[in-house]
Write a protein that binds this ligand. Structure first.
Ligand code: PEP
Length: 264
């Protein structure tokens, strides 16, 4: 039986003081959550939030990482530094760091969207380096609206997973988390229908079974992310292939995030 796992991705929200205040509210409300819970603050707030959550069951994640420990890598953060600051997890390959935004059809300069530049190859090297250095990766995948409309959802998502997992062992895959996040559902209020989200999570599980074996596929936890709210969480989380949620907007208010956790 896979334990459900709910993470809040705060993105570029919450100052240090705001992040600590939210962390304290969550800590007070969740002395003993029935699922795994975590939050991903900005790099700036991560250490203070981790301090506020020290000794609690709430984990802390980085929102990205680099594949070198230290050196002349302006703007980058390594898994070692994330760990040092109190993180145990790291989100890798979020559509926003891949430069794949839901608004791609309406943007005049598509290159502007590639500014963060993650690719399947960088997601893979980051995931491997995070694992080597003791962080649990939350590896994101998901199709654009144009890819869904073209009937390519399964191909896109399984290709991303195959790319992300190269040279990662079965034992490592069994312990990591995959987040299926259809790009068109992120931050749009347009949630993926629960049966369809479950189906695509099943495609991801089948991809893991093809690349590794059935036991690894049964062990890996697959979250759904994209406009998860307290009122749709129960339905999504009741599906057999959905093992949790990666929550953006609704993780910024304690009541909403707690509502989602209560739906487990
Ligand atoms: C996310 O950014 O991972 C996400 C799922 O955002 P939201 O819940 O706001 O759609």
């Amino acid at each position: 039986m896979r334990r459900k796992v709910i993470f809040g991705n705060w993105k570029l929200n919450k100052t240090v003081a705001e992040g600590v205040a939210l962390a304290k509210e969550l800590r007070a409300a969740l002395p003993n959550p029935k699922c795994e819970v975590g939050v991903a603050p900005t790099f700036l707030a991560l250490n203070a939030v981790a301090e506020a959550l020290k000794g609690s069951p709430i984990a802390v994640a980085g929102q990205n990482c680099f594949w070198k420990e230290k050196g002349a890598y302006t703007s980058q953060i390594s898994p070692q530094y994330l760990k040092d600051a109190g993180a145990s997890h790291v989100i890798i390959g979020h559509s926003e760091t891949r430069g794949r935004f839901g608004v791609e059809e309406s943007v005049e300069d598509p290159d502007a969207l590639k500014v963060f530049g993650d690719t399947d190859a960088s997601v893979n090297i980051k995931a491997r380096y995070a694992l080597e250095n003791g962080l649990v990766p939350i590896i994101c995948c998901g199709e654009l609206l144009s890819e869904r409309k073209a009937g390519n959802t399964d191909k896109v998502v399984s290709g991303q997973i195959e790319g992300a997992l190269k040279n990662i062992t079965a034992a490592q895959v069994a312990g990591l988390v995959i987040a299926y996040e259809p790009v068109w559902a992120i931050g749009t209020g347009e949630v993926c229908a629960s049966d369809e989200a479950d189906r695509v999570c099943g495609v991801i599980r089948a991809t893991v079974a093809r690349l590794y074996d059935q036991a690894t596929a049964e062990a890996v936890r697959i979250q759904y992310g994209g406009s998860v709210k307290p009122d749709n969480a129960k339905e999504l989380l009741s599906k057999p292939n959905i093992d949790g949620a990666l929550v953006g907007g609704a993780s910024l208010k304690a009541a909403d995030f707690l509502g989602i956790i209560e739906a487990v």
